[in-house]
Every structure is written in structure tokens, then in C-alpha cells.
Design a protein around this ligand. Structure first.
Ligand SMILES: Nc1ncnc2c1ncn2[C@@H]1O[C@H](COP(=O)(O)OP(=O)(O)O)[C@@H](O)[C@H]1O
Ligand SMILES: [Mg+2]
Length: 304
């Protein structure tokens, strides 16, 4: 009997298009390998799709809000069908850049200094506060988005304007800007899979640099770092994966500046598009896309 895989993709987050692409790549691969595949949105039809199709495993190909943040995982728990990647609590912690940062700090994982700006008590002294605690430039970002959506590098001159433009959020994070290199590390089931360096031609590794081939971001693997440095960054990623309690595959995003690594965030639902980094790191380690997807499916069946 063919194994039945329900792929969850799309959703309501700002990363919907990326998720549709991730879902499509996974579906193509599984169909080639004689799985029975159904793609579903995480919408009102989900219950019907699950009850009629009766999947053996649910492949969560969602990104961002209501896909990567524990909400959909809570719903999936109720079906008692194995689903891929991290569970309820670790997903919601990892998606919250403030809570995960507090855990990184507690566990001595270096991460940029930050402030939280709340819109319900707008702070007219924010420029002074930034100058005192962080210095300009800073990076302003949502607390729970991904794919560089609404991430801005700000100076003293444009900070107020940018903060105003992000009013639809309850709060945003303001981080010290870390220059230098952009390095990302993949963890696969408590094992260090590898690292990759990104050299965007744009101002930073923004949405276009991530997903538009015309932006010509360079992907460098192997990363030109000493074995000692590579070990440091990979151990940081593994530690982050463990202290947050993640499962399956994760990808941690770092900056490397002045000989020091800074962890920006850990992603519990890393992309699986043609330009995505985990498949590229896996391929470099001799694990092709088929093997990667099959490992993720197998891992779904183990206990959380
Ligand atoms: N503190 C920072 N200093 C320098 N660049 C940053 C900083 N924070 C984010 N960036 C840039 O923005 C990108 C996206 O930020 P990140 O925190 O990883 O959020 P997302 O969840 O949107 O990927 C990073 O890959 C990096 O290029
Ligand atoms: Mg990131």
C-alpha cells in the first residue's frame, strides 16, 4: 500500500507564497517516489481533507504565522497523526523572537542586544533610548514574522518613520545592527548538518535576496571559516535547537562580526524551495532532496 502524505501549505501568513512553493517541491518529490500525496490549505477544509484522505503522515510545509508558531501544531496534535518538524511549545517559542532571545541569553548563546517598542505606550524618547542602549544603525523587525518581511535597517533619521509604518504590529523588536558575514546552520535531529554563507548583493539578506534569483545572492558552501570557528557556530545552533526543544530539521541564522557569532533566530520550518538553504546544505553533505524529505517523514513518526 502506498503511504499517504498530506502536505499542509499556503496559509494566511505573509510567507504564503513561499509555503506554496515549499509544498510544491515536497509534493513533486514524494509523487516521484510513489507516495500518495494530497495538498491542503490549513483552512476550513482541513478536517474534511484529513478525515477523507486518512494520511499516514502530515508534512507541515507552512511558514510564518499559523504554520510555524504552534497554532496549527495544536490542531494537528488532536488528530493523533504524526506531523513533521517541531511541536506546539517549541514552535511557538522559536517564532517569538523576544522569548527565544531571552532563552538564548539565559543559555549564554550570543545574540544582538535589543529593545522592544510597544505601540500601546508609544515612547517619545525612543531615539535617546536607542542611542544609550544600542547605538545607530539598528534593525527594526516584527517579533513573529519570517522571510525578512518588514525587517528594516534604520538610522537616527528614519527610525521614527519606520516605527510609524509598522503600527499594525502590537510591538516590534529594535536590535543593534551587526555588520559582517551572514551564516546559517542546519540541524537535523540533534545532529549538526552543516553551514552556508550568504553574500547578498542587496543592502542585506532581505526578501528579494532570499527568493529572487535576479537578486543574485551568492551561496557559499563550504563556508570559508576555520574548523574551530565552524565548530563554534554549529555548536551554537545545536544548543539553540536543544534549549528551545526543537525537533526534526531547524535552521539558525547568524551574523559573524569581529570574530564573534550572533544568533539572530532559529527557524523551525525551514524553506524547501529551489533556493532554500537546508536542502543545499544537505546536498553538500551527500543527502539529496529525496533522502532529506524521507528523513523528515520518518522523524515525524517519532515521539515529540
Ligand atoms: N541585528 C541585525 N544586524 C544585521 N542584520 C540583521 C539583523 N537582524 C536581521 N538582520 C538581517 O535581516 C535578515 C532577516 O532577519 P531575521 O532576524 O533572520 O528575521 P526573519 O525571521 O525575517 O528571517 C537577516 O538574515 C539579516 O540579513
Ligand atoms: Mg532569518
Amino acid at each position: 500500500m502506498k503511504k499517504k502524505i498530506l502536505i499542509l501549505s499556503g496559509g494566511i501568513s505573509k510567507e504564503r507564497l513561499i509555503s506554496l512553493d515549499t509544498g510544491l517541491q515536497v509534493a513533486k518529490e514524494l509523487k516521484k517516489n510513489s507516495y500518495s500525496v494530497k495538498i491542503s490549505e490549513p483552512d476550513n477544509n482541513l478536517l474534511k481533507n484529513i478525515t477523507l484522505f486518512k494520511p499516514d503522515i502530515i508534512f507541515n510545509a507552512l511558514h510564518g504565522q499559523f504554520g510555524e508558531d504552534g497554532y496549527i501544531q495544536t490542531i494537528l496534535e488532536q488528530f493523533k497523526i504524526p506531523y513533521t518538524h517541531s511541536g506546539v511549545i517549541s514552535s511557538s517559542i522559536a517564532m517569538d523572537k523576544e522569548i527565544s532571545k531571552k532563552i538564548f541569553i539565559k543559555n549564554k548563546i550570543n545574540t544582538p542586544n535589543y529593545l522592544i517598542y510597544s505601540y500601546d505606550k508609544e515612547d517619545s524618547n525612543i531615539v535617546q533610548k536607542i542611542e544609550k542602549k544600542l547605538k545607530f544603525p539598528v534593525v527594526v523587525k516584527p517579533i513573529n514574522e519570517g522571510s525578512s518581511v518588514n525587517v528594516y535597517i534604520c538610522t537616527r533619521n528614519n527610525i521614527k518613520k519606520i516605527l510609524k509604518s509598522m503600527k499594525s504590529y502590537k510591538q516590534v523588536m529594535i536590535e543593534e545592527f551587526i555588520g559582517g558575514r551572514e551564516i546559517q546552520v542546519a540541524i537535523m535531529g540533534n545532529k549538526k548538518l552543516g553551514a552556508i554563507e550568504l553574500k547578498p548583493k542587496r543592502k542585506f539578506y532581505d526578501y528579494q535576496a532570499k527568493y529572487n534569483t535576479n537578486a543574485k545572492t551568492q551561496h557559499i558552501i563550504p563556508v570559508d571559516l576555520s574548523k574551530k570557528k565552524l565548530d563554534i557556530v554549529m555548536n551554537m545552533a545545536l544548543k539553540a535547537h536543544k534549549v528551545i526543544g526543537c525537533k526534526g530539521v531547524t535552521r539558525s541564522d547568524f551574523k559573524f562580526f569581529n570574530n564573534k557569532f550572533y544568533l539572530l533566530e532559529i527557524n523551525t520550518q525551514p524553506g524547501m524551495t529551489k533556493l532554500s538553504l537546508v536542502p543545499e546544505i544537505a546536498a553538500y553533505r551527500g543527502i539529496n532532496f529525496k533522502q532529506l524529505i524521507e528523513w523528515i517523514l520518518q522523524d515525524a513518526s517519532t515521539k515529540r
